[in-house]
Design a protein around this ligand. Structure first.
Ligand SMILES: [Cu+2]
Length: 189
């Protein structure tokens, strides 16, 4: 019985040794532990190069600063021109032995005509028509006619003035010498 066991053990040992030898003799390539052994370069398919995706560096442009809005210039209030009535004027009409000069005068409403007698005779300026003197609209005047009537003799060297407030063309004459006539044209302001 002991011999049998020993025999089996010996067979097993021999088998193990055989397997060992077989393995060491090239059955399966042993992994070399030699540090100087040339290692086969890794197959290029082994390494999968994952490209490093760098984030596209789109240059983020700094936001351009918005220009500060220029304040709208506030226009200075334009003062509404108040129509100032122009000062009334006085126009001189001289009367000589040749008559009224200038024969026609152009004035504005509110202006004054001053007849200056530079003749040797008295004069009497009055609105047409002679002898009523009612042509000028302002009535009645000082002597029952229109206001445009001297209503008296104006001696040499003297004068008579009248303010025209009626727009229009007003003919007049020398009531004492009806051949001498003139016209006053009154325009609106
Ligand atoms: Cu008259």
């Amino acid at each position: 019985m002991n011999k049998k066991v020993l025999l089996i053990a010996g067979v097993v040992i021999v088998a193990l040794v055989g397997v060992f030898i077989f393995l060491n003799s090239g059955g399966t390539p042993a992994v070399s532990t030699d540090p100087y052994a040339i290692q086969a370069p890794p197959s290029p398919t082994d390494t999968t190069i994952t490209p490093i995706v760098t984030p596209s560096s789109t240059p983020v442009s700094a936001p351009t600063p918005k220009p500060a809005p220029t304040p709208k210039p506030i226009p200075a209030p334009v003062p509404t021109p108040i129509p100032v009535p122009s000062a009334s004027q006085t126009v001189i009409v001289t009367y000589t032995n040749s008559g009224f000069s200038p024969n026609t005068v152009n004035i504005k409403k509110g202006d004054t005509v001053k007849w200056v007698n530079k003749s040797s005779d008295a004069i009497w300026p009055a609105s047409n028509p002679h002898p009523l003197h009612t042509g000028y609209p302002e009535q009645p005047g000082n002597c029952g006619t229109s206001a445009f009537d001297a209503c008296m003799e104006v001696p040499p060297g003297a004068s008579w003035s009248f303010v025209f407030n009626q727009v229009g063309s007003w003919g007049y004459h020398d009531h004492l010498n009806t051949r001498e006539e003139g016209t006053v044209v009154v325009a609106a302001k």
